[in-house]
Design a protein around this ligand. Sequence first.
Ligand SMILES: [Zn+2]
Length: 401
Amino acid sequence: MMRTYKFRIYPSKRLQETIEEHLNICRYLYNYLLEQKTKNPKLNKGDTQKLITEHKKENPELKKVHSKVLQIINNKLWGSLKALGKLKQNGHKVGRLRFKSSKNHYKTIEYNQSGFKVDYKTKRLKLSKIGEIHIKLHRKIKGVIKGIIIKKEPTGKWFAFFQVEEEPKPLPKTNKVVGIDLGIDGYAIDSEGNKFENPKFIAKTLGKIKKVQKNLSKKVRGSNNYKKTKLKLIKVYDKLNNQKNDFLHKLSRYYINNYDKIVIEDLNIKSMIENKKGQKTLNRHILDGSWKKFINLLLYKAEGADREVILINPAYTSKKCSNCGCVVDSLKLSNRLFFCPNCGWNIDRDYNASLNILKSGLGESVVPAEGRPLLRVIPYIKVISGQVSPMSQEAPSVREG
Ligand SMILES: [Zn+2]
């Protein structure tokens, strides 16, 4: 099982220059190989591989970069060619593979199998032909590091991405299943009656983003002030992302630890339905992105953990009565309560949806708790500090519905 770990690295000024130089050489080689392949379309992957060795003689600059790193460039090129070919096959109009003409088009250095070493004692990452870089190892790696990717992010921070081969670690069975509805009123509401509050920092940071964006629009493009404000904007987005990721990691961990089966809506289908309804607000856009990320985290964490994530078609999940199955069309978005004129069922609408989601995922009928369910509202701060445990009999703090 392959896992990716992201660590912050702190290359010195001198090392940053070395890495930038390596990036330039890699980009040059990529373009050179693409040029050769364009001139002579008959070349195969092995041929372009050989070209690297030959070209090294003419251009000794290439020897400054670890040989395995250069080899990977050939893989990259052929990966792109293959992807392009596939698009063509599927009837898409695609041009030729482009040359990487600017620095911005080539941002990563990849080590595979060799040329790197992690020293846990001195907290240093040793990269062949680059040097030793201080690394913040904020978590333990339990597995074999297969490769390392070095990248500078738009904020100016450097990172190392470790590809790690890990043994699967199945979690003990809990014999519990859960359906989750991702909402706007609360971030998530589940069939057990947990309502996870929307993380408030999103709204807060969004306000900041709007302010900086407005500021940016007043600056002259390309001016120093423009660049400064742009970097500020990138940094606010970065902060939002980090906060969001922390929240999503912990929330997904909660579900993976406590349930064998997790049923959730397939957002690809959902957004297809909703995109027809017009423009999204920035807030909605960010929420959408975070839901996708949340589901991806669930899928990622379920792998090897003996957990199952079931994605279901979201049609009717919010309109159907989870008690009698009758479809109620008169429901407005502003109605927080679901009321069924057929059976008199009257509950929180997102909770109703989560019960439908669970039913749909298990392909069987689910009998909801008798009478009005007790919901407990969980503040996001509890999620971040890892204080959430599954609902026990006496736990509910808020009565709703
Ligand atoms: Zn009903």
